[in-house]
Structures are given as C-alpha cells and as structure tokens.
Design a protein around this ligand. Sequence first.
Ligand code: C5P
Length: 396
Amino acid sequence: EQGPPKLFGIELKWISLITLALQNAFLTIIMHYSRIATAPNKTYSAAAAVLFNELLKGAISTLVALKRIDNDMSAQATQKESRNRPVQTGFTMFKANRLGTLRRAVLSGDCYKLAIPAILYVIQNNLQYVAASNLDVATFQVTYQMKILTTAFFSVLMLGKRLSRAKWCALVMLALGVGIVQLQSTAAPGHAASASSHSKISLRDELPEADKVVSRAVDAATATLPATMRPFRGFVAVTMACLTSGLAGVYFEVLLKSGTSSGTPDLWVRNTQLSLFSLIPALVPILFTGHSPNMSWFGNVASKFANFNGWAIGTVLTQTFGGLITAIVIRYSDNIMKGFATSLSIIISFLASVALFNYPITFSFVAGACVVLAATFLYNSPSIPDAPPTRKTVAV
Ligand code: C5P
C-alpha cells in the first residue's frame, strides 16, 4: 500500500473515527426514541430491524466490492487490450468476469470463518435494542463503554497485544466511571426522562421556543415510561452486548488483518461474507420465535414487519451506516481506537438528550462521565506506548 488512504486530503482513519463518534451519538438517540415513542404493543420488531440492517449492509458491501473489482479490471484491461479489438466483446467479457471474480472471492476457502463474528454481531444487534428500550439514552451510552474493557481483553487474548500498566489503570478507571454513572440510574429506577419534573438542573428554560415544543412533545410521548422500562434487564443486555461486541470486533480484525494464502483480504469482500452469514441468524427469530398460536405461520411472520414506521426506518439506516463505518475504522485503525471514538459520542449524545429530552444533569452522571472520559484520554495518550506484543495473532 502506498501511504494511508485519504479523502479531501484528510486521512480516512480520522474521518472514519469522527464520523463514527457522530453516528454513535445519533444512533443511541434515534434507537431509544424509536422504541419508546409508541406503546409497547405498537412498537416495531427489533428482529425485523436487524434483518433489514443486514440486508442493506450486504447489498451495499456487494456493490462496493463489485465496483472495486471493476476498477481493478478496467485498469488491467487498459494495459492489455489490443487497439483493434471490438469494444462490445471486451465489455461483455468484462461484466461476466467481474461477477465470477466476486463469487470466487466471496466463496473462497476461509469464508466459513466469518460465521462466528456474523452470529455474534446479530446477537449483539438484538441485545442493543433490548438495552435501548430499557435504559435512558445517557445510561445506555455510558454503560456501553464497557466495550472498551471487553475489547482490550479479547485484543490481548487474540491479537497478542500487551498493554502498559497505565493503560490497564485507564481501563479500571473506565469501569469505575461506568459504575458511578450506573449508580444514579439504579438510585432512581424507571427513567431519567420521567424524572424531568424533579430534575435539579434543567436546561429547558434556556431552550429556544421551537426546542421547547419538541421537548414537550417528547415528554407527552414518554409519559407512560416508568411502567415499561426495566433498568436491570437493560443492564444485563448491555453487559452481554459488550461481551459479544468485543469478541466479534477483535475476531473480525484478526480475519481482516491476517493475510491468507492469496494475500490480504479485501474489506468489502469480508463485509459481503459477514452479511451473508448474518442473514441466517437474523432470519431465525423472525421465522421461528415468538409466534402466537392463534395465527398462521405466515400471519406470524408478517406481523413481525408491522409498525415499521419512519422512526424505525431511520434507526435501520443509521445502524447500517454505522456498521459500514465500523468496518472502515477496524480496517484503518483498530478496535481499541474505535472505543475512543464511541466514548466521545457520550458527550455529544448527552448534550443532545438534555436539549431534546429534557434529561436531568445529576452530579453522579457528570462525575462518572468525567471519569470515563479521563480514562479514555489516558488510554489513548500517545506518551504511553504499548508494551511489545508477546506473541503472534492467534490463528482463528
Ligand atoms: O458496538 P460495536 O462497535 O461493536 O458495533 C459494531 C456494529 O458494527 C455492529 O452493529 C455490527 O453489526 C457492525 N459491523 C458491521 N460490519 C463490520 C463490523 C461491524 O456491520 N465489518
């Protein structure tokens, strides 16, 4: 490779990290709002959302992989093609070849290995909806930072990374910070949005008139929340999502960065393989679980696609975009840097929830969030080099 890839003169690595931070903040808010804006029996199915996400990601990855093959082949063709050859023949051969090339790349010898991250990501994506439905935006966002711990653990285990003492300290700080933030939501069970009436510091009065209207509409829509949200359930879901996220991310990184007999695998071919394997676990809950005995099988399947309103579509599109950006971040940085980007998104989404949902700013939230952010900066501080790796990447 010649130098790091750039877009508008900026390294793709930094563009992707910043985009991921913004996307994460937006996703947390839109996913939470899309789930709580309607009564529980009127909300869309998370399984259907996960399936649409996988289909869309797969389609986009396939198109990008084809485009890259096109570019490679046309570069080769311009070099080789003799001048007097008819253009049409060349073009037809070209089309047939690129599909064959993609099929061979996608179904190459080690494609089955993508089944593991694919299944883990589908489980994680479903758990995320459970967590977002049962925790307020800020608590979800901060507790989800435990991903950094699980990612570090799996990076040490599978990528042979060795972390300096300062980095381990940062990880412990992170866990503490997450705990402090968690304290405030267990001390006030139910939902932070419902606590707006007893919030100590509210920014509502400082909001412009239009924001107040949005904020009142959201309050009205979320008036029934305390009965429907179960913070403990949300916390268990978020913990399990952190474990599956760490393992899946590091596993994907190993598959992306360890060369095969035919060279370094292409990101978009890997993504297409990941999406293909994701379709099976994404379809299972729709086809076979949670079916009502009073309805036919077709009726049950069709009912999973009910209530798919604009909010649901917006959530799926945001998640698909995030999946693609995540893949780029893993390719051009690594999973631990990805954790840094998502920590930054806490600040963004927290400020947005205060403005949009009139969330209270409690002392323990601010203290916990500060500890999380300090830990993140300490972890990423360039003055603390990593210890050299102990051994090679584990073979997967
Ligand atoms: O929370 P975390 O950063 O682990 O989320 C990763 C998300 O990115 C998951 O929703 C997963 O489906 C998606 N992803 C993807 N393609 C990849 C890697 C991750 O769509 N190659």
